[in-house]
Write a new protein. Structure first.
Lengths: 365, 127, 481
């Protein structure tokens, strides 16, 4: 019969045989990997437990006679990676003299040479690890070797290189970091936030490069530049930001510029911020309200007050809350708005209510 | 006041940082108690009143700022000095911290020596 | 017994005709799962290895972190709501608010919240950015004026409409939808914000992994220890979630063709939600529908956009522990899948949608939608052939063994990847339970769920007109409020 010969029985049993063996293999992998992992974890925890006091001593800068440093560097060769992992983790959390002391542990283990060799490894994880180690060791002289990795084909390596450069703080890498945000050959660039953190960590030699990047054709790069200007903050970049505000086409980037102006701008920027608070795109408008509040000037009150009547409820409410943050003048102004009983009375009332509840809570102390 | 009688409460969820802070402060002769989150910090404050609380801002559960707010809203704890341990000086963090009543802050990655110095200063024990 | 002979020859003819296609189909569907799992595995293992230098710590304090509004609809959940809200409020994030939308609960849920958080009513105007059916009857905030919690009360209008109300009231740039019976890991908000600060210009949505919380040790809205549920029905679902929702979707995301973001846990940029009109309150598969609408709208407007999937398991939810509940769930899912695929049938094979149109949507039609039909048809035929003596007993048994052994291998592969990457289940006995569930899934569960999925599909086809009446209304520009 036809159905019986869909697939020949011997073929089926052969397939079944293969599948059963594959299942056994998978189960063995699971069991083996779990047993191995638990054993390694136990062994590593024991070693690190023993070395913990020495590590704390070095990391807290109390190791005056270098005896603790000696204990950390004296572990047998095959245990070195375990110690180095723990030291690296600690290194990312401290700075100053303790960081230099911890770096000496890695140095004594030959990590510097290992890392420099590793930068050209075939394994992406190895390259990333190498770059990050050089950063942790604050090996400033290796910065030029890290820069090419910003164009690496592996996204992980690019991130590790940018973060390592941030730890080194050398502003000459700024251009390469910005270029990595919008690479030509790959679809995905360096994540924006990593670029921002790196550029914020660089010394002032990065400033002109960041300002120039506000003109970059790619909006992701402009967004990074705008964010960095606001976050560092780069006070000298205020004129550049003012210029860009007039030209920016991407709404989210525009919002970033508006926000940056709130951090680097001054009283003369109130009119332009007021104008942006009326912007069609709500993200931009909200950023403008935030900036008006951040400038925190007496004249901000006058700029924010009309916004409480904005037809967009989120914006009106945000403006009202901003006014309560601007001291008695702002709150008085809100009370006037409430008294006038217009459409702005509702958000104004809400903001005042919140403030009242907050100060009632404070009365306890 | 001799440092032996001055006690410090440390709250941080990162064991590396917690151990490091405890170690450094103990070396300096303070009596130190460490907890790993905001809720534990509040219950530790029920048990005794330390001179200084070192608070990590971002902890799971109650954040450092929440704990700080509680401290400032409690009469019994009015004399407690608070140092915030924040990763990176995000200006909003620092503003929030001071607005909420922090006495000082230290940014991560931090220098244990700097933290000790700030604590010493708060307790009027200059070096 | 002439009719039996007639039936026999008819079945024989059908078998001869479709046996090979059905066999190939099963081979393909399971192989596609396997491929997705392997694709995801590459990602997972790399992700584990790069943890030391990927900068998780820095992420937490990034200056670019946008604010996020957690929107949790609540309907008659007085038992767990307090702990849920407390845990949402205590998630790690520099700037997040929690919005609970009480969808006309008839229990004491609101009272519980009012007492727990000392809520007082405030007068706020709700923006009409996203159309809603029901407007709030009252809005409440905690008396301290600081805790960033908003509790909105409104008449009952369903989950989607409640979320839309939450979206309107959301103050932050991002909105997270989460069911109030879900549990989020402490770092969940930071993790979901990550794609949005990696690519702030174009990321519009991100979805996360959901795992079953049944059996886990939970305290104060946190998962303390991950455990297998220990009841067969839930154990099997854990395997299913792992294979299909975790690894499967991670695989799709890797080839940039992710279609589905799970409803229990999705993050969207608020302005993107507003521009497409929020959730469609009349849709059954509202989450799937929303993502499809995002794809369609943004492609049509030629705006750059990105939908991302997060592979770290960070959201936990209770899976159905009884058959009737499971049945309703699966029927609803399949109905939602069908109605959405049908409503967006123009995307099928449409090169304008790139890989989505050419790979993902056809895959969903061919494998997700049709799978239960073919599986049941195959079963019925082979059983019939067996009953009519067309198929020998040994052959029948061998055939079934091979078919299910392959399915078991696929799940085992998923279990192996989990063990090599996240190894969330620390107890040895859970490993035993896992292996048991892998086998059990194929003995009854698969067949039952296939049947239920068919039920959902059939139900939809039956009252198609009525469904259509509402579906056509689901345009992404304006829906009457």
């Amino acid at each position: 019969m036809a159905a019986q010969t869909v697939v020949s029985a011997p073929l089926l049993s052969w397939v079944l045989w293969v599948l059963v063996w594959a299942a056994i293999l998978l189960i063995a992998t699971v069991l083996g990997s779990r047993a191995g992992r638990l054993w390694r974890e136990h062994r590593d925890a024991q070693l690190l437990g023993e070395l913990r006091p020495a590590m704390l001593e070095v990391a807290s800068g109390e190791d005056d006679d270098a005896s603790a440093l000696h204990r950390l560097t004296a572990v047998p060769a095959h245990r070195v990676p375990v110690v180095d992992r723990a030291v690296s983790a600690m290194l990312s959390k401290v700075r100053g003299e303790p960081a230099r002391a911890l770096a000496r542990v890695l140095e004594a283990h030959g990590r510097a040479q290992w890392a420099i060799r590793g930068l050209s490894s075939h394994s992406a994880v190895h390259r990333a690890h190498a770059a990050w180690t050089l950063g942790l060791m604050r090996a400033r002289e290796t910065a030029p070797r890290l820069v090419p990795l910003l164009q690496d084909r592996s996204a992980d390596v690019v991130v590790a290189a940018a973060r390592a450069l941030a730890l080194l703080g050398d502003g000459s890498a700024a251009r390469a970091v910005l270029r990595a945000v919008a690479p030509r050959r790959r679809p995905r660039g360096l994540p924006s936030w990593v670029a921002v953190e790196s550029l914020c960590a660089f010394d002032d030699s990065a400033a002109p490069v960041i300002e120039a990047a506000t003109l970059h054709p790619n909006s992701a790069v402009r967004h990074v530049a705008a964010t960095v200007i606001g976050a560092r903050p780069l006070l000298g970049a205020a004129p550049v930001v003012r210029e860009r505000l007039a030209e920016e086409t991407d709404p989210r980037t525009l919002a970033a510029f508006v926000e940056a102006l709130g951090r680097v701008g001054g009283p003369r920027d109130l009119p332009v911020l007021s104008r942006f608070a009326r912007h069609r795109d709500e993200t931009v408008a909200l950023a403008a309200v935030e900036s008006l509040e951040r400038l925190g000037l007496a004249s901000s009150v006058a700029a924010l007050a009309p916004l409480v009547a904005d037809p967009r409820p989120r914006l009106a409410e945000r403006a009202a809350v901003a006014l309560t943050e601007l001291g008695p003048a702002g709150r008085d102004r809100l009370r006037d708005v409430v008294a006038a009983e217009g459409s702005a009375a509702l958000p104004a009332n809400y903001a005042l209510q919140l403030t009242a509840m907050r100060s009632a809570g404070h009365g306890v102390d | 006041m001799s440092p032996e009688h001055q006690s410090i409460l440390v709250a941080d969820d990162d064991p590396d940082i917690r151990d490091l802070v405890v170690f450094k402060l103990q070396q300096a002769g303070y009596e130190v108690r460490a907890v790993e989150d905001g809720t534990a910090a509040l219950s530790a404050l029920e048990d005794g009143i330390p001179d200084v609380v070192v608070l990590d801002v971002m902890m799971p559960g109650l954040s450092g700022l929440d704990v700080l707010r509680q401290i400032r809203a409690t009469d019994r704890l009015s004399g407690v000095k608070v140092v915030l341990l924040t990763a990176r000086a995000r200006d909003t963090d620092v503003d929030d911290g001071y607005n909420t009543g922090a006495d000082d802050y230290v940014t991560k990655p931090f220098s244990p020596r700097e933290l000790l110095h700030r604590v010493n200063t708060l307790l009027g024990r200059g070096r | 017994m002439e009719w039996i002979d007639a039936l026999r020859s008819a079945v024989a003819a059908v078998l001869a005709f479709i046996a090979v296609p059905v066999l190939i189909y099963f081979l393909l569907i399971n192989t596609s799962y396997l491929v997705m799992i392997v694709l995801a595995a590459v990602d997972f293992v790399a992700q584990r290895r790069r943890i030391p230098f990927a900068g998780r710590e820095e992420l937490m304090h990034s200056r670019t972190m946008p604010g996020i509004s957690v929107v949790a609809p609540m309907h008659n959940e007085e038992v767990g709501i307090r702990v849920a809200v407390e845990s949402f409020l205590s998630l790690q994030h520099p700037r997040h608010e929690v919005i609970v939308v009480d969808d006309g609960s008839t229990d004491n849920g609101f009272e519980v919240l009012r007492r727990a958080f000392d809520l007082v009513p405030v007068s706020r105007q709700m923006p009409q950015d996203v159309p809603v059916r029901e407007t709030p009857t009252s809005i409440h905030v905690p008396r301290d004026g600081r805790t960033r919690l908003t509790v909105v009360r409104k008449r009952n209008s369903g989950r989607s409409d409640s979320i839309n109300v939450g979206v309107n009231l959301a103050r932050e740039d991002l909105v997270l939808f989460v069911d109030s019976d879900s549990i989020l890991d402490p770092g969940a908000l930071l993790a979901v914000s990550r794609p949005f600060i990696e690519d702030p210009i174009s990321t519009v949505a991100a979805g996360g992994v959901i795992r079953a919380v049944n059996g886990c040790r939970v305290k104060g809205g946190r998962v303390l220890e991950v455990r297998m549920p220990g009841t067969p029905l839930a154990d099997i679902q854990v395997m299913e979630y792992l294979r299909a929702f975790h690894l499967g979707r991670a695989g799709w995301s890797r080839i940039n063709a992710l279609l589905l973001i799970s409803g229990a846990f999705g993050v969207f940029r608020r302005d993107a939600l507003v521009s497409v009109g929020g959730l469609d309150a009349s849709s059954i598969g509202e989450d799937f529908e929303l993502v499809m609408r995002l794809h369609r709208t943004f492609r049509k407007q030629r705006r750059p956009y990105r939908v991302t999937f997060l592979t770290e398991p960070i959201c936990w939810t209770e899976v159905p522990s009884t058959l009737p509940v499971l049945r309703r769930q699966r029927a609803r899912w399949h109905r939602g899948l069908w109605e959405t695929l049908w409503a967006y049938r123009d995307m099928l094979g449409n090169p304008r949608y790139g890989r989505l149109g050419l790979v993902a949507v056809p895959y969903y039609w061919l494998f997700e939608l049709v799978a239960p039909l073919l599986e049941l048809a195959g079963l019925v035929l082979i059983a019939l052939g067996f009953a009519l003596g067309l198929v020998a007993v040994e052959y029948f048994v061998l055939f079934m063994l091979v078919a299910y052994a392959y399915a078991i291998i696929v799940t085992l592969a998923a279990v192996t990847i989990e063990e090599l990457s996240y190894h969330k289940y620390p107890r040895w006995r859970d490993l035993g339970i896992t292996l048991g569930a892998v086998v059990l899934e194929n003995l009854g569960y698969r067949q039952l769920t296939a049947w239920w999925r068919m039920e959902g599909w059939v139900a939809s086809l039956r009252n198609r007109r009525q469904v259509w009446g509402t579906m056509t209304r689901s345009g992404f520009t304006e829906v009457d409020g």
